[in-house]
Ligand binder design. Structure first.
Ligand code: AMP
Ligand code: ZN
Ligand code: FE
Ligand code: FE
Length: 274
């Protein structure tokens, strides 16, 4: 029995609704899934409801996109108190920042002679927190890019002509926010980030785990981060970072999993923090 602790839904830039994701988890024989949407916990209630019906354990969470010297550092947070006021306020601020950022990017695209309508981008995003993958899809629909990667390479990736940065927390603030909300903070896919020097600093603000197993980690990275987690007494988590059909092709739900004992460790740690 295994758990995939890193999944996105339509609450952010995934393409499956939380209920659809949980259904798929059931079909794939998973026992548990972590709901870790970017900068939001809004997909969690629907997932909990579906999980209750289907007998799939839901690990409530989120993935905060933070900034360290211009590099994106993602912090996973498991079992946060979703009503915590500081968390809610920070998430609302990030949601606003995402919207104004997309508007600024669309303005730049217009200046480049590319017509992408804001209404369409928001329609693609639906209920979810709007992000560059939604802009990428709109660019693709208009024939300006052949796929998401192409849209990032040409227009909206860092350093590209329509790129706009947005307000982000620092990794320390992200870890602190999750911890203050009673959640378990875990450094997401460190192999993708390549800035291990932040780990000691994050320990001081409450980091409890490292995402050792991830679809973009090779065996050498897994070995390295497993060793680090062991040495520092951190929980080793893992997941696929599945985004649903049509996003991040080639990555499937359940491509990386951990045993259910990891969920027990997360819960025990949460109890201890009370
Ligand atoms: P945002 O949160 O709006 O800045 O968008 C970031 C998200 O875009 C990431 O979490 C990825 O899912 C996706 N992304 C980033 N870079 C690329 C890329 N080069 N190709 C495809 N998707 C990307
Ligand atoms: Zn994403
Ligand atoms: Fe991430
Ligand atoms: Fe992710």
């Amino acid at each position: 029995m295994r758990a995939d602790l890193h999944c996105h839904t339509t609450a952010s830039d995934g393409t499956l609704s939380p209920a659809q994701l949980v259904r798929l988890a059931k079909d794939k024989g998973l026992k548990a899934v972590g709901i870790t949407d970017h900068d939001t916990v809004n997909g969690v209630p629907e997932a909990l409801e579906a999980g209750g019906h289907l007998g799939i354990e839901i690990v409530p969470g989120l993935e905060l996109n933070t900034d360290f010297e211009g590099v994106e550092v993602h912090i996973l947070g498991y079992y946060p108190d979703m009503q915590a006021q500081a968390l809610q306020e920070a998430l609302a601020r990030m949601r606003d920042a995402r919207l104004s950022r997309v508007r600024a990017m669309l303005e730049k695209l217009t200046q480049l002679g590319l017509e992408v309508r804001e209404e369409r981008v928001l329609e693609i995003a639906g209920e979810g927190s709007v992000g560059r993958p939604h802009v990428a899809q709109a660019l693709q629909e208009q024939g300006y890019a052949k796929d998401t990667g192409d849209a990032f390479d040409r227009y909206i990736g860092p350093g590209r002509p329509a790129y706009v940065s947005r307000y982000k927390l620092t990794p320390e603030q992200g870890v602190g926010l999750i911890t203050a909300a009673g959640g378990i903070a875990v450094l997401a896919h460190p192999g993708l980030v390549g800035r291990d020097e932040i780990i000691p600093r994050l320990l001081q603000t409450g980091l409890k785990g490292i995402e050792v197993f991830h679809t973009n980690h090779n065996p050498a990275m897994e070995g390295k981060y497993a060793g680090m987690a062991c040495q520092l007494g951190l929980i080793m988590t893992g997941g696929s970072d599945y985004h649903g059909p049509g996003r991040k092709e080639g990555i499937h739900l359940g491509d990386r999993t951990v045993p259910l004992t990891v969920i027990r460790e997360l819960r025990e740690l949460k109890e201890k923090m009370r």
